[in-house]
Design a protein around this ligand. Structure first.
Ligand SMILES: Cc1cc2nc3c(=O)[nH]c(=O)nc-3n(C[C@H](O)[C@H](O)[C@H](O)COP(=O)(O)OP(=O)(O)OC[C@H]3O[C@@H](n4cnc5c(N)ncnc54)[C@H](O)[C@@H]3O)c2cc1C
Length: 459
């Protein structure tokens, strides 16, 4: 990753060294294809960013968890010897309800809390509907236009009578999609649930998406893949312009010079890809797909304590907060050996918009007030407070992922979602049929784009 000047030509140029781009390049290199990765920022990993704080303590500001059905991420970790450990999940979770009452719970919510049964029933219906979607050809669904023209907000208002269950569903949408229920269509919600293998896969810990964490941080696998790729990864090389050439192939312009290639993989988020200029212009469906698929809004805040003190009180460290709190969900993010206590708090969607307008001091006070209400006074006095506001990230422009607006799947999905435009191929988690929005989906998308190219190169 020390290369200063670009070579004049590579068979394949990959734009972006997140998990999608690195996985595309790895799959191509495994097939002996000459590949070069151009990364705009000064690091690899994209929306996965691990920071070493104080000695061995690592915090993950972006993607962090891996679950048992996320087999591509686990396989990459195994190939490069990156260890994982189970998310701490013993004891009771806590729920701070809108009335200020804090109740312990396991599973979907406290037995004696309002709206839990109706929430579970609504989730079951969502699973049944999601199971009817063909993940490789989602826009072929006979109810696409109907489901894609209704927002999740309108659907929940229409079908869930219990007001408290509606609050629970709203937090689930904020927590998983980092948007409000008004922002996405029923179809996108169902597609996303289907791509994960069910609603619980998205929500739960054991056996599900939040099951394990990486000992050296979730970026460790990306760093290992980049190490394997060596000087085939160039940092600080933002791609500004991709020109498809009449005689075949592409010219890729970066701030570090230009390079010719037979194929290019754009492995940047829609929020970043839409800022790249294409000549000739991309097909309208692809442009509209990117323009109308905005990034979600999330901030992640770590508070560090000398011990995970909540464990001694019989608490798991996992909590949900309703009402006016900026924080929506909290998890125990302590290291495997419990040598320090770490809580990670998530602030999403409209809550994030309001919270982000506060001063740094006010934001901190707001988060600590919620943690104190849930875990007691000790939570209000962390040794360290670290925040990462993803909409401010110059390369990701938001997170966790991008969500097509209602109607976009119907009108532009068939070709705009991920169909290659000549030698221009599309990767990135948003183009994945499996675990869309997750690292595993990013890896799957990179492998699919690589397969498109190796097939083309052999023909
Ligand atoms: C707060 C947060 C929590 C999350 N939690 C989880 C989790 O626990 N588990 C999970 O699986 N997923 C999680 N995710 C989602 C996961 O991080 C993403 O799905 C995944 O990292 C996306 O990878 P990608 O390669 O598709 O895109 P990115 O990671 O966005 O990579 C794109 C790369 O392209 C680069 N780039 C952009 N524009 C250009 C340009 N013009 N020229 C060159 N390079 C460019 C960017 O700098 C970036 O490195 C989370 C995300 C966030 C933000």
């Amino acid at each position: 990753m020390t290369r200063v000047t670009l070579p004049p030509k590579a068979t394949v140029v990959v734009v972006g060294a997140g998990y999608a781009g690195l996985s595309a390049a790895l799959a191509l290199l495994d097939e002996d294809v000459d590949v070069l990765v151009l990364e705009g920022s000064d690091r690899v990993g994209g929306r996965v960013l691990s920071e070493q704080v104080d000695g061995d303590l690592v915090v993950d500001h972006g993607g962090q968890w891996v679950g048992p059905t996320q087999t591509r991420f686990l396989a990459a970790a195994e190939r490069f010897g990156c260890a994982t450990f189970p998310t701490y999940n013993s004891g009771d979770h806590l729920e701070l309800w809108a009335d200020g009452v804090c109740r312990p719970f396991r599973g979907a919510g406290p037995d004696d809390a309002p709206g839990v049964d109706a929430y579970v029933a609504a989730a079951d219906v969502i699973d049944e509907m999601a199971a009817t979607i063909d993940l490789d050809d989602p826009t072929a669904h006979p109810r696409l236009a109907e489901w894609d023209s209704e927002t999740v907000q309108s659907y929940v208002d229409r079908t869930v009578a219990d007001e408290d269950a509606r609050l629970r569903l709203a937090l689930a949408v904020q927590g998983v999609w980092t948007v409000e229920p008004r922002d996405i269509s029923v179809f996108h919600l169902l597609f996303y649930v289907a791509s994960a293998g069910g609603f619980d896969q998205l929500m739960e810990t054991e056996g599900c998406a939040q099951e394990r964490r990486f000992t050296a941080g979730a970026q460790s696998v990306a760093l290992a893949i980049a190490g394997h790729l060596g000087d085939r990864v160039v940092l600080g090389a933002p791609v500004r312009h991709v020109e498809t050439l009449d005689g075949g192939g592409v010219r890729v312009d970066t701030e570090r010079g230009e390079i010719l290639a037979d194929h290019v993989v754009i492995a940047a988020s829609p929020g970043a890809a839409v800022r790249i200029r294409f000549t000739p212009p991309l097909p309208q469906s692809r442009n509209r797909w990117m323009e109308r698929t905005p990034m979600g809004d999330v901030a992640k805040i770590h508070t560090v304590y000398d011990t995970p003190f909540w464990r001694a009180d019989g608490h798991s460290g996992e909590a949900t907060a309703y009402g006016d709190n900026a924080v929506g969900v909290v998890f125990d993010n302590s290291p495997d050996d419990g040598s320090a206590g770490v809580l990670v708090s998530f602030v999403y969607a409209d809550r994030q918009h309001r919270w982000a307008t506060l001063s740094e001091q006010e934001r901190r006070a707001d988060v600590l007030a919620t943690l104190t209400a849930i875990f007691g006074a000790r939570a209000g006095n962390p040794l360290q407070y670290l925040e990462k506001i993803w909409p401010d990230d110059a390369w990701a422009h938001g997170g966790y992922a991008a969500n097509p607006a209602p109607g976009v799947w119907t009108e532009h999905g068939a070709t705009g979602w991920r169909a290659a435009c000549g030698p221009v191929h599309w990767a990135g988690t948003e183009t994945s049929s499996v675990w869309n929005g997750y690292v595993d989906g990013a890896i799957a998308s990179g492998q699919r784009a690589a397969a498109e190219i190796t097939t083309a190169l052999r023909s």
